[in-house]
Design a binder for this molecule. Sequence first.
Ligand code: ATP
Ligand code: MG
Length: 357
Amino acid sequence: MNSYKIAAIPGDGIGKEVIAAGVEVLQALAARYGGFKLDFESFDWGSDYYRKHGVMMPENGRETLKSFDAIYFGAVGAPDVPDHVTLWGLRLAICQPFDQYANVRPTRILPGIEGPLRNVAAKDLDWVIVRENSEGEYAGQGGRSHRGLPEEVATEVSIFTRAGVTRIMRFAFEVARSRPRKLLTVVTKSNAQRHGMVMWDEIAAEVAADYPDVTWDKMLVDAMTMRMTLKPQSLDTIVATNLHADILSDLAAALAGSLGIAPTANLNPERRFPSMFEPIHGSAFDITGKGIANPVGTFWTATMMLEHLGEKPAAERLMRAIERVTADPLLHTPDLGGSATTRQVTDAVIGAIHGDN
Ligand code: ATP
Ligand code: MG
């Protein structure tokens, strides 16, 4: 029997609520079908840890995580801790050294869920956004001079490397190739940004030569927001820089009905280090403790984790259970316009797992 070690890092706010739900669902799935075993170890890292110890995670935290097969992550961020501390102190402190350079965000309108686009059928919105997750606009380069003075200058430097762009482009072409439509859209802003973005376009064309079976096109990011909204059916796999894909994937999540549904995988495709799986939403302190956080994004995230571990049939079973539950409006949380609780949705998914053959 395959046995996997999973590090659960619930983090802050509703991260704790949705990861608890996700672990429960995954355990139910493993118990129902057998064939594989999940050993969870939970780590209390995050803003509470920071208030006690002055750091978001212990110094040897990364070393500890190395021995795990995957990381199941909730959310970080708290009203009283600066964002750069929470983000750089935990999430990026894992993503960057573990070289999780491919961030993958599937978007679909699940059964029973109504997106805001009235003229779009669910089947017309089925995307995977591939986000470059290691460099670009979030490279952290730049600085400020003459701080606070009238002549102050701040620079925020984007770093694009040929190696970094080539590997994400290859990854995106592979994703596109694995999907029925074999369609890839490469997003840049190469009309206004003349260096890194032009290199993206050039590398896209070079890599495309190795994928004659994939149809691809280029879009400027501003026009892309319109195309996603007005012609969602013209898109399938999308690849974009760290910043552009960050923005586009929030748009995608909203178009699919709620931020609470959307999953993400931060992959180290070469598997030299563990990959990390998380819902795309944040810690959402406005609803923390109310028991109404939508756990669906965290469950969908779990299907991506199972697939990465090589347990595809289990991933498919879990997705079926999730879709059976979203199809029932009585099981929608308030973000979807319903009144169900995290507990009710979790129990319903576990029930659907038990009811499935
Ligand atoms: P971050 O800075 O980490 O992106 P944020 O505060 O900007 O966090 P989120 O925490 O993702 O954004 O939440 C934005 C809004 O969406 C919140 O106000 C919250 O009410 C809602 N929301 C996010 N996730 C969920 C969820 N799982 N269930 C219900 N509502 C959610
Ligand atoms: Mg946000």
